[in-house]
Write a protein that binds this ligand. Sequence first.
Ligand code: 13P
Length: 257
Amino acid sequence: MKKNVRKAIIAGNWKMNKTRPEAKALLEELKPLVADVKGVEIVACVPFTNLETALAATEGTNIKIGAENCHFEKSGAFTGEISADMLAEMGVEYVVLGHSERRQYFNETDETVNKRTKAALAAGLKPIVCVGELLWERECNITEEVIARQIKLDFFAISAEDVKKCVIAYEPVWAIGTGKTATAEQAEEVCAFIRAQLAKLYSEDVAEAVTIQYGGSMNAGNAEELVSKTNVDGGLIGGASLKAPDFTTIIKAAENG
Ligand code: 13P
């Protein structure tokens, strides 16, 4: 296994947090703390209203900016939605897709996640596609079936070349915002399973190239152990990404991991 062929990506998912002045303050605090970080891609995925502020605050730095969703149509009568082209035109690089909160509260399905992923790729964005099982599904011992289905459907009819541009975030739903982190072994087990699915659907080469993150109550205290695992190439961080020192500790753990 060649973990060293993949660059670790530590992405913050700010969710529905921070006004523009707060966003600017957080990024200004983060910038000097991570200025010397090499070998880890640092991303802040922020609410739509903060994108312009975040892009301006991070211009010329090693912090990349992402959005938290995009619609699958290019334009049209979709009140309240934002297209992938709109994000790309701003200079946004990443977009979180299929987050479990979108699936749970906004009725997103694997079919729409697949359409959004295709739209994001067509616009030149790098999708961070989230997959993960519910607690009930883990208890019923069907985690692998759930993940295999999500990977198959979310990446349906997406070429090998395009899937290499994607990041996959394994976020067990029971670990999100609950303080219950998956153990490093559980995270590694499912991330390795995702890689095996990619090898089956595409090839070993594709599987080795794709960055697979863990997400779910990842914090300054547990990041090091999680990212030390062979198939865990970084993290998608919610709560802890809102505190610059904690987010920095996680980034530095990935630098060493
Ligand atoms: P927490 O880190 O707050 O558990 O959130 C994880 C997450 O959902 C990141 O997308």
